[in-house]
Design a protein around this ligand. Sequence first.
Ligand code: SF4
Length: 234
Amino acid sequence: MTEKRYPRCARCPVEICGNWGKKASDGPPSLEKTPAFCPMRLMPEVISEAVLEYDKPDVKEFARLASVQEFECYEHLPEGLRTKTPRVEELIQFARKCGYKRLGIAFCGGLMNEAGMLTDVLENKGFEVVSVMCKAGAVPKERIGIRDDEKISGPGNWETMCSPITQAEIMNRSDVDLAIMLGLCIGHDTLFIKYCRVPMTVLAVKDRVFGHNPMAALYLSASPYYGRLRTKAE
Ligand code: SF4
């Protein structure tokens, strides 16, 4: 069987790129032990080209601030390294680092309460907060070809389509410094990301079962409760 030749870091037995536990004086890791599917072997020119982007001063500064933010989420205690910052606080800290004043929340209608809470939090920290719900525009689902029998509330009812493109365009035209996705559905989030032209980040993704924490299903996939995730497709 020929070996699959495309990057598969998730299957890596060595993770040499991380150079974990090494001193700076040891220099960069040797690539000799990297697997054949390692992107450092398969696509070195792509990596070099991508890294050149950091020569742009604004990109370099943004990347630097992101790494400083990452650093500040840990504390070194006598008993070891500990995490200390939940993502919502990270969001506030990072937005301040970047000098952002006006934030935008693109949220799902199912997270109206959460959008209000996030607005409270951000306004209390001094930000101006624009927010747009997915249903803004009140366009019926028929506009994108949804049939009556495909409506969640049942045939014969009005259902407003989610319009992440509308959300993105409103963010683009509202002079927000940073757009924040809050609980958009799969696919709707894809469209939002595609059309959003201002810097954006994600506070939460939609998971109707696990309180918007999709990782819970992955963690439970090692137990009988969600072991079905690991069974091979026919
Ligand atoms: S970049 Fe290479 S060494 Fe690093 S995790 Fe991917 S395959 Fe492994």
